[in-house]
Design a protein around this ligand. Sequence first.
Ligand SMILES: CC(=O)[C@@H](O)[C@H](O)COP(=O)(O)O
Ligand SMILES: NCC(=O)COP(=O)(O)O
Length: 237
Amino acid sequence: MTKLSVNINKIATLRNARGGNMPNLLKVAEDVQKFGAQGITIHPRPDERHIRYKDAYDLKPIVKTEYNIEGNPIDSFMKMVLEIKPEQVTLVPDAVDAITSNAGWDTLKNKDFLIEIISELKRNEIRTSIFVDPVKKMIEGAAKTGTDRIELYTEEFAKQYALSNKEAIKPYTDCAILANELNLGINAGHDLSLENIKFFKENIPNLLEVSIGHALICEALYDGLEVVISGYLEKLG
Ligand SMILES: CC(=O)[C@@H](O)[C@H](O)COP(=O)(O)O
Ligand SMILES: NCC(=O)COP(=O)(O)O
């Protein structure tokens, strides 16, 4: 089974546009779970332009499924996740001013740093995942960091799929086979959508979890969160 974790960053973006509490992020998180999503993902950024650190704390008692917090493990991020203790922390090597995530870890160059951060998270009984490009030597490097899982960075797949280039799945499938051999759990995310998710899932052996935000919220503008979430669950089932 592949779990659907809904990234609610965009709900916070909309709320922040007017400075009030509409839409209510906590209510949306409750409803998303009620509609069947098996997790909630947030990716707070240092400028707090969407999810704020306070939201991350407020969400803790609301998330009854799996709480996944993503981000660059700068000091303020680590302090926060060690206090909140979500089920999973996904490490992403974002630049401070990145518009969105745009690269996976170089797991070779950052090996010692990742080992240190991952050990600290695991000492606190938090499952770890690290965001990686579909490049075999980066998967091999990931296995040496001690991480529980990898998150395959799927932007390039999504871009090529939209151009009908289905061959673009190959590096993802190859890396997934390797990750399975190395006993790494496999998550995936970035630009996954109702259009491309079924094909992606069918080609990734043992895909444990996808985190989806941007497309899912855009799709929900037309069809509503409940219908869209059940659409994903059907395709992931
Ligand atoms: C790691 C990843 O792909 C997502 O977390 C994405 O970066 C969401 O962040 P934004 O909502 O800031 O684009
Ligand atoms: N980890 C990926 C994520 O949380 C959502 O990415 P996107 O669907 O907003 O591109």
